[in-house]
Design a protein around this ligand. Structure first.
Ligand code: ZN
Length: 386
């Protein structure tokens, strides 16, 4: 316990130091690469006549996933009575929640769903219904993660506290030797932690990782509170009117565990694998910090695609197996990513930029496992100098 407290204090101290350095980190270098990429992507839309947003297949997909979620919820609430129907339905509900996150909320939150702001807003609000907060997500994901992926102290998505070491810059503890095993289980608690702790904590301290954020006010605050009330009513209050408390809590735990594992693992496969880089800022003459590369190059260096040929994963993951393309063109609807991947890969080759993709989901999973083992391994003080 003492070790855990000491480790947690050290991690908090580490985050605080990084926070002090972190507010205005800039990228440097030429923007030639991203300008050429944008030119080619513009040409693709011109030639094909396709729309960047408001794609019919996206509306169809949204209806399918929401129907899937509603069916699982209604069946659990009114029909299922035996454990052998309740357990599979809870798992199906958890997968539906992840699908809403991957597809509907993520595109809406990125304003990649529609040209109409209100449509994006409505789609983004599905996160509030699932127990998260579209307001905090906009800061955590859009402003912070998408600007600073894999930069320790800036990207809160690679910060899992003292329990895991995801980047080489984070402090190492003896128990990290086993993180290649235990983190997979802890991923399952991500959603539960969100529901009960993270959002409230971030608002209380007005900070996400190293970045200060404004607390929600007015309409944003009303949405935050209404979202939490709707979620807790849907997850606990309404089911408890019809079922025993223990049964409701079991279904909640199971569905949240499934969605937590899926959401965490899919994120990790894009950024926490052997091929992804974890660049560090360099000091500037004025006492600040900057990145040595330009923004677009940084996105490609820190992000890895996987399973690009899997039709099922392309549909289910909402383009999150094409995170290189997503990081470069996050305001384009994900249904276009397979086509954009070809353009991005070719352009990277011409510019001498390394482009990484795992051929399958499982090769990406293995790479994430090896990365966790590597990050948990003690540095060999006795190893011969290279
Ligand atoms: Zn994103």
């Amino acid at each position: 316990m003492d070790v855990a407290i000491a480790a947690s204090d050290a991690v908090a101290e580490h985050a605080k130091t990084k926070a002090a350095q972190s507010q205005h980190l800039k990228f440097s270098g030429s923007d030639r690469f991203i300008r050429e990429l944008r030119r080619r992507v513009d040409a693709y839309f011109e030639q094909t006549g396709r729309r960047r947003r408001d794609c019919p297949e996206m509306y169809f997909k949204t209806a399918t996933i929401l129907l899937w979620f509603a069916a699982a919820y209604v069946l659990l609430l009114f029909v299922a009575t035996s454990w052998w129907t309740v357990v599979p339905l809870a798992v199906i509900l958890g997968v539906a929640v992840a699908a809403i996150g991957f597809n509907i909320q993520h595109d809406g939150g990125h304003r990649a769903y529609s040209d109409r702001p209100w449509v994006n807003k409505v789609m983004a609000l599905t996160l509030d219904l699932m127990g998260g907060s579209s307001y905090l997500w906009d800061w955590k994901h859009n402003s912070i993660h998408h600007t600073y992926p894999n930069i320790d102290g800036h990207d809160d998505d690679i910060n899992v506290g003292f329990l895991g070491r995801l980047s080489p810059q984070q402090p190492r503890y003896w128990f990290h030797r086993a993180q290649g095993i235990y983190l997979w289980v802890l991923y399952g608690f991500l959603a539960i932690k969100w529901h009960f702790f993270d959002d409230f904590y971030n608002i209380a301290v007005g900070r996400i990782g190293g970045h200060e954020i404004p607390r929600p006010k007015g309409k944003d605050l009303i949405i935050f509170i209404a979202g939490k009330l709707s979620f807790f009513s849907m997850a606990f209050v309404i089911p408890m009117l019809l079922h025993p408390v223990w049964a409701v809590l079991t279904v909640y735990a199971l569905a949240s565990f499934v969605s937590g594992v899926l959401l965490s693992v899919v994120f990790q496969l894009a950024h926490c694998v052997e091929e992804a880089e974890f660049p560090v800022p360099v000091p500037t003459p004025t006492g600040g910090e900057k990145m040595e590369t330009d923004w677009a190059l940084h996105q490609v260096q820190t992000t890895v695609d996987f399973a690009r040929r899997s039709k099922f994963l392309c549909w289910f993951l909402g383009g999150l197996n094409f995170q290189v393309e997503h990081h470069l063109f996050s305001k384009i609807c994900h249904v276009h990513y397979p086509a954009l991947a070809k353009i991005v890969e070719d352009t990277c080759r011409e510019f001498g930029v390394r482009y990484s993709a795992h051929h399958s989901f499982f090769s990406a999973v293995r790479s994430h496992y090896r990365w966790l083992v590597l990050m948990g391994r003690p540095e060999r003080a006795d190893s011969p100098a290279a």
